[in-house]
Design a protein around this ligand. Structure first.
Ligand code: HSE
Length: 294
């Protein structure tokens, strides 16, 4: 038997829609695998009733099929489904890393990103690697049609998760099909600044650049209480706030490690004042899926 811890991830980071992603040290899924004649899936933990156990419909099951690695797969969900924190990607990444090791397939981490993205494609209908890439490689990742680049960044963040659901389909429908050149220029400037901030480990630059004039404003409309939460986070020490992935999770980049406590409390308080229960994870950009018991 082999156990892998696969982290939550935050895609987009404001200025990198469908391109940027970051691994968070927690929450995380724990994926246990053991060899079997055919693949079975058991799910426990956060939102377990919303996760399919049919191997053909579960990202981890699809990964097992892609790797020709039948297994009994037990997933303890720490990452709630439909949270904007890469829940299905965490399971896909955990299964890919675990089964590659269990069956000694010898794939590189970059190859496992492609295989885990197939799992995402079968389940969600769209092969976004912007969550599986950081879940496997860790740190901050840039995904393009030509491949994946990763940076070993360490930035303090708070991921605040309201008890509401935003469907990825709705979140994609509100994104405009085109954008004005002024908005392109602003987005490119922010994206470049964010990359520089990640490379320097500078939360001020990362936070300032974790926004854009088109996607974030459109999507924030779908997150009840977003404006109040963003304002409260900024007053408590966040350098920038954005919608995490497709939402409803909200990600705040924090000035330093110590400010996370105040930022987390301010965000939960602002959600509650908007009538929405929420919980906050004081976390940071950290490693990808790790084998911790074999
Ligand atoms: N980049 C994707 C989106 C991530 O924001 O829609 C969620 O699949």
């Amino acid at each position: 038997m082999l156990t892998v811890r696969a982290p939550a991830t935050s895609a987009n980071l404001g200025s990198g829609f469908d391109v940027f992603g970051a691994a968070l040290t927690h929450p995380a899924d724990v994926v246990r695998v053991e060899r079997a004649d055919e693949t079975t899936i058991e799910v426990t933990g956060a939102g377990e009733s919303f996760v399919p156990t049919d191997p053909a419909k579960n990202t981890a099951g699809v990964v097992a099929s892609e790797l020709d690695a039948p297994a009994r797969i037990r997933i303890d969900k720490g990452v709630r489904p439909s949270s904007g924190l890469g829940s299905s990607a965490a399971s896909a990444a955990g299964a890919a890393v675990a089964l590659n090791e269990l069956y000694d397939r010898g794939h590189s981490r970059e190859e496992l990103v492609r295989i885990a993205a197939e799992g995402e494609a079968v389940v969600s209908g769209d092969a976004h690697a912007d969550n599986v890439a950081p879940a496997i490689l860790g740190g901050f990742t840039v995904v393009t049609d030509d491949g994946v680049t990763s940076v070993d960044a360490h930035i303090p963040v708070v991921a605040c998760l309201p008890e509401t659901v935003v469907s990825t389909r709705d979140a994609r429908e509100v994104v405009p099909d085109s954008m004005a050149m002024d908005d392109v220029v602003e987005t490119v400037g922010n994206a470049a600044t964010l990359v520089a901030g990640m490379c320097r480990g500078d939360p001020e630059l990362v936070g300032r650049a974790a926004t854009d004039p088109v996607v974030t404003p459109a999507r924030s409309e779908l997150v009840e209480g977003y404006d109040a939460v963003a304002e409260a986070a900024g007053e408590a020490g966040a350098t920038g706030v954005t919608v995490s992935g497709a939402g409803p999770g909200v990600l705040a980049v924090c000035r330093d490690w110590a400010s996370r406590r105040a930022v987390a409390a301010a965000m939960v308080g602002a959600f509650e004042e908007s009538g929405v229960d929420a919980r906050a994870y004081r976390t940071e950009i950290g490693p990808g899926a790790e084998i911790f018991d074999s």
